[in-house]
Design a protein around this ligand. Sequence first.
Ligand code: NAG
Ligand code: NAG
Ligand code: NAG
Length: 180
Amino acid sequence: MRLWTLPWKLLQVVLVFSRVCVCACEGERHTRNYDYMEGGDVRIRRLYSRTQWFLTIDEYGNISGTQDPNNCYSVLEIRTVSEGGVLAIKGLKSQFYISMNRSGMLQGKKDYNDSCDFKEVFLENYYTAYSSVKWTKNGREMFISLSQKGRPLKGKKTRKESVASHFIPRKCSEDEKKLA
Ligand SMILES: *[C@@H]1O[C@H](CO)[C@@H](O)[C@H](O)[C@H]1NC(C)=O
Ligand SMILES: *[C@@H]1O[C@H](CO)[C@@H](O)[C@H](O)[C@H]1NC(C)=O
Ligand SMILES: *[C@@H]1O[C@H](CO)[C@@H](O)[C@H](O)[C@H]1NC(C)=O
């Protein structure tokens, strides 16, 4: 092999092994989807709302807020599902995913599907909002929210600017991470 062919060989290797590059060369849009069970990044967190509730998913799959900072149903597994900050959020104790249906209602689902995908939106002041990837209402995003009373709002009533849609992910203790 002549020496000058080496860089070209190297490039071929890169092309073969880098799906992203191949897609880019073909001019395709690409987002890498992870197998949600193998996932990308996994974080164990509580979601503390700006309205001062911890989001819980109970053993019936009901979603609501609690003010008990030690409630085990508020320990959540937040898993990256695809690039661009798409996440699936599961109660570690109840093993229900948060899903949003077409009418913007939050419900727990035992089996993951795309209704469980939420996009993480970073806001000012350390808050994060989570909008449904699957469903919008008249072109508007619908968010996970907890009202002043600690109840989820119907998706079409939620706004990115609303305090009810603002959360701070809080770290959990090592013991709490073993809940499942
Ligand atoms: C929780 O879910 C169960 C079953 O879907 C339902 O019967 C019950 O009323 C719910 N509880 C609350 C507090 O929403
Ligand atoms: C959405 O979920 C709520 C609560 O579980 C249910 O009452 C409603 O019928 C659902 N809507 C659709 C369109 O699935
Ligand atoms: C997700 O699963 C539910 C059944 O649990 C199904 O009704 C729904 O069509 C699926 N997809 C979406 C996007 O909700």
